[in-house]
Design a protein around this ligand. Structure first.
Ligand code: SF4
Ligand code: SF4
Length: 427
């Protein structure tokens, strides 16, 4: 393009191609349809509007990311990541954070404000589940769509790396199948709505007497109740021994899946300081203790004929549900992606991650081995570690990385220009 500017700063648009501008317009209109329906509080012509929103957004995102990633070299490029408003806590970052946070606040505490969106998703809910939509169905649908679309982006970006392709495909598969389609179909079959990829303590309700009573009369529900306990006490230690916590955090879990896909542009925002590491250990283990105490109290209450601890155990349960189950895991965990990075919940709050981390740190064969002599101290690995681990410090010392918080995403190895890092264990 000819440069006709008299300014010394370049006027040449280098950020987007013509195709990408059309794609942004398409996705923008699709998202606008959702926002207008949300604001209106009423869905007009839900089926055509829903299909248009879905089609325009999907087409726009896919065209944009194909243009963005397939026409450029694969892998990380560091091009302007700390200078873009969206990825460097600028105006766009804050704006997206506010919209995400606002959505979560409505979802948990003011679902009445989501009436328009709920009506919009009603036809899909009736088709899949045989029942009317509610705010959780809207949430599950948007969550799954975000993971699938951003998962495709992630696969394009790291298309040279078989590990990244495989684990991204895995989280997309588990989300679509086990956290969206199967629970919906179970509801259609008049069975409990079971999410096989979430068990206690991450799904804190699953270990409670209320869940046990709720499943009474359902063979599948009872099976799932004991399956969840077996996964906690037996499955997790064994799988973590062989594979590290990555078998769950980077391959199965929906929270980790969203962080890896939709949260990928924000992974470098994780705090790498020693202070953050200290806070992380205190917080995550406190949440684990909290959920264990809360669950024990509920069972003691049942065992003592609900006389002694009724109010006390319910208070504990409601406090946990509000503070950890809603405010932390949802509002802060996802709403603050553009401000605090993509794994705030996994790093500071998830009790399942704490349990997995204990096994990973003390018993697992998994580690990141380091060929320290090759390290040029570029810092890519530390920058893109979403768990705030200063990987470079280990590489410089030639010391293997064995950290409770490492989710085994493998990004540090993928972005290392010298092939210094290698995820090992379980082979
Ligand atoms: S140390 Fe590497 S594998 Fe572990 S969480 Fe950080 S980037 Fe992922
Ligand atoms: S280990 Fe690799 S990515 Fe990390 S500082 Fe060294 S050369 Fe850079």
């Amino acid at each position: 393009m000819r440069n006709e500017s008299l300014s010394i700063s370049t006027p040449v648009p280098i950020l987007t191609t013509g195709k990408q501008k059309i794609a942004v317009a398409s996705a923008g209109i699709g998202i606008l349809l959702l926002l207008v329906t949300w604001a209106a509080g009423k869905a007009v012509a839900p089926v055509p509007v829903f299909l248009s929103a879905l089609g325009l957004t999907t087409a726009g995102v896919v065209i944009f990311i194909r243009e963005e990633y397939l026409k450029h070299p694969e892998g990380i490029k560091n091009n302007g990541v700390w200078f873009r408003s969206l990825t460097a806590r600028g105006i766009w970052g804050w704006l997206v954070g506010v919209v995400f946070t606002g959505f979560y606040v409505c979802l948990y505490w003011f679902p009445g404000y989501l009436t328009g969106l709920i009506q919009l998703f009603d036809p899909l809910s009736r088709m899949l589940r045989g029942t009317a939509a509610d705010q959780w169905f809207v949430y599950g649908s948007l969550y799954t769509a975000a993971m699938l679309l951003m998962g495709v982006k992630f696969i394009y970006k790291y298309r040279h790396n078989p590990y990244q392709r495989l684990r991204t495909f895995s989280v997309m598969f588990f989300q679509l199948g086990f956290a969206f389609l199967i629970p919906g179909l179970l509801m259609r079959l008049q069975q409990p709505e079971i999410y096989f990829t979430y068990f206690w303590p991450l799904s804190y309700y699953q270990g409670t007497p209320m869940a046990h009573q709720g499943y009474a009369g359902s063979g599948l529900g009872t099976f799932f109740f004991f399956f969840g306990l077996a996964m906690f006490f037996i499955g997790t230690p064994i799988l973590t021994y062989f594979f590290g916590k990555r078998w769950y955090c980077s391959w199965v879990c929906g929270c980790g899946g969203l962080a890896e896909t939709a949260g990928d542009p924000f992974r470098h925002l994780s705090d790498k300081s020693l202070k953050a590491w200290k806070i992380e250990r205190w917080m995550i283990h406190s949440v684990l203790v909290f959920v264990v105490l809360m669950t024990v109290l509920l069972w003691v209450n049942v065992a003592t004929g609900r006389g002694v601890l009724q109010d006390y155990s319910q208070f504990f349960y409601k406090t946990y549900a509000f503070l950890i189950g809603s405010a932390f895991s949802g509002v802060v965990g996802v709403g603050f992606y553009p401000l605090l990075g993509s794994r705030v919940w996994c790093r500071f709050g998830c009790p399942m991650a704490a349990w997995l981390g204990i096994w990973q740190k003390t018993k697992s064969k998994f580690r990141i081995t380091v060929n320290g002599g090759q390290c040029i101290s570029c810092g890519n690995c530390s920058t893109y570690c979403e768990m705030g681990i200063d990987v470079r410090a280990y590489a410089q010392k030639g010391q293997d990385v064995v950290r409770a918080s490492c989710v085994g995403c493998g990004i540090c190895a993928a972005v290392c220009p010298r092939g210094v890092l290698r995820l090992e264990g379980g082979e």
